[in-house]
Write a protein that binds this ligand. Structure first.
Ligand code: MZP
Length: 500
């Protein structure tokens, strides 16, 4: 006879945290959101931790190199999507690893023979008013000068005039030598009152630009997540078909952590992939999933997963539950897997971090997931709304939106994510193509969300995530008390200050 779970499964919106005692030290400034990403033995330190408990979803519409850099700056990790060629995915990883905070490859370049009109067109396109003048107009050829929009007056200057007539020529430029540190570059910027500093190599070729505003932004990111060589940490999604080719390419590109990306991970395919990868590349770190119960967790733990991802059917773009009738409320799944993880730890002395993936709608859902035992959360919709996500920003019905589509939608056609053996194709859709409201920069939004988590943790008397997991008091709520929780019985005048 089939097994019946005794309780219905629940999702985050059906729970609330009940405050605990907050001591005088329990203030948001003292909260440390550091959390392990990969398994570790009792008494040892995990090989990889994050400074905030957020990772971005393995999705075309969420995690590319740009978002990965922005999230690593805040202390989290992006898993660059795997539903692209091995070469393209490895190139994205390499771009994150090659990115030097504060040192940018110039994206606005002209040659001395370009016209002032070319400069205006470029400014319109990139939004940047400092333009490098290089020998052939490419980002890394010989630096000939710099032209900015302050060097000529539109309406007075002849727009067909050559850049060489108006630029600050190389001889008059202050430049930095390749290999200079960011603080040394900053010293030059302040000493000479510059807005930007070109960095050149021995042959006089342009390598990078350092902008005054970027240095300030670097200072704004005290939690940035760096490897031992001061490069940003980055993750990538892999599948159970081409891992023997994809994994070495990603490792070669410098990937720090990978995850098997599947809508349902309690499978022989995941076990084989984990074992093959660990046998061939013993230092590679690979998460697995998704599972929604203790059996699934134990299976992946025994198969060698470095972390386990939880969640089936709860994603905002996901229609798996409607299409196939499989899944489980995200809160119940997280609670059960956390219990299994703790039992596994007690029995083996090995702590396997767990990640609650999908279905986070409000910021407090993140805190609930952590309180219920998740070490970190994976989000798609949340990140898709930001400037840094890879998709188009459009106006729909007078409002700015960004595109957001599921990996199981016809648009992504990521059949490997739904692969249960058989033909190499998506048999039917398990995701939708959608819009999400545009929300601005990742930095502003993540700062706000982390601030809310810190405050809530203090309400619970906790200054670390393990402490929250130990001390949290969590209650199921009735529909009537859910209604009571938002503004009610008033006519709301202004909702603009009510962030999620
Ligand atoms: P959310 O943050 O948008 O609610 O959910 C993101 C998660 O949904 C992803 O990390 C992934 O686990 C899952 N996902 C991605 N594509 C689909 C789909 O097309 C999906 N069904 O369910």
């Amino acid at each position: 006879m089939a097994y019946f779970f005794e309780e219905p499964s629940h999702t985050f919106s059906e729970y609330l945290l009940v405050p605990g005692y907050s001591s005088a030290d329990c203030i948001p400034a003292n909260v440390n959101l550091q959390t392990p990403v990969v398994k570790f033995k009792k008494g040892e330190k995990p090989a990889l931790s994050m400074n905030i408990p957020l990772v971005s979803a393995v999705m075309q519409s969420v995690s590319d190199d740009k978002l990965a850099i922005a999230l690593a700056k805040e202390g989290g990790i992006s898993f660059i999507y795997g539903s692209q060629t091995i070469e393209n995915q490895a190139a994205m990883v390499a771009r994150v690893k090659g990115y030097k905070a504060g040192f940018v490859t110039s994206d606005s370049n002209v040659s001395p023979n370009s016209t002032l009109q070319d400069v205006l067109n470029l400014k319109e396109k990139t939004g940047h008013s400092t333009i490098a003048v290089t020998q052939d107009g490419t980002p890394n050829s010989k630096l000939e000068g710099i032209i900015t929009s302050r060097d000529f007056r539109v309406g007075h200057a002849d727009m067909n005039a050559k850049v060489s007539e108006y630029m600050t020529p190389f001889a008059e430029l202050i430049t930095g030598k390749d290999g200079i540190t960011l603080s040394e570059a900053n010293e030059l910027i302040w000493k000479h009152k510059l807005n930007s500093l070109p960095i050149i190599d021995e042959a006089g070729k342009l390598k990078y630009m350092v902008f005054r505003k970027d240095y300030a932004s670097h200072e704004e990111h005290p939690l940035e997540l760096l490897d031992s060589q001061h490069r940003y940490i980055v993750g990538a999604g892999i599948n159970t078909r081409d891992y023997m080719e994809r994994v070495p390419a990603l490792l070669e590109a410098g990937v720090d952590i990978m995850t098997l990306d599947s809508s349902e991970g309690f499978t022989e395919w995941q076990r084989r992939a984990l074992q093959d990868i660990h046998a061939k590349w013993p230092n590679a770190k690979v998460g697995a999933g998704n599972v929604v119960d203790a059996d699934g967790f134990k299976f992946l733990a025994d198969a060698g997963a470095d972390f386990v991802k939880i969640g089936i059917g709860g994603g905002s773009i996901c229609i798996t539950r409607e299409q196939k009738g499989i899944g489980r409320g995200q809160a119940t799944a997280t609670i059960e897997v956390a219990k299994a993880r703790d039992e596994y730890y007690a029995k083996t002395g090995i702590y396997i971090p767990i990640c609650s993936d999908g279905g986070i709608v409000h910021d407090y859902h993140m805190t609930l997931a952590l309180a219920m035992g998740a070490d970190f959360v994976m989000l798609g919709r949340y990140f898709a709304r930001f400037d840094e996500s890879p998709t188009n920003k459009l106006i729909v019905n007078g409002n700015y939106v960004k595109e957001y589509w599921g990996e199981g939608s016809n648009r992504a056609r990521n059949w490997q994510r739904y692969d249960m053996g058989g033909a190499s194709k998506l048999s039917f859709e398990e995701g939708v193509d959608s819009y999400v409201p545009y929300a601005g920069s990742l930095h502003d939004n993540v700062s706000m969300s982390m601030s809310k988590i810190r405050h809530t943790m203090c309400n619970c008397g906790a200054v670390t995530i393990p402490e929250l997991q130990e001390k949290a008091k969590i209650t199921l709520v009735s529909q009537a008390s859910i209604n009571e929780g938002s503004a009610h019985d008033v006519i709301v005048r202004n909702t603009s200050l009510r962030a999620e």
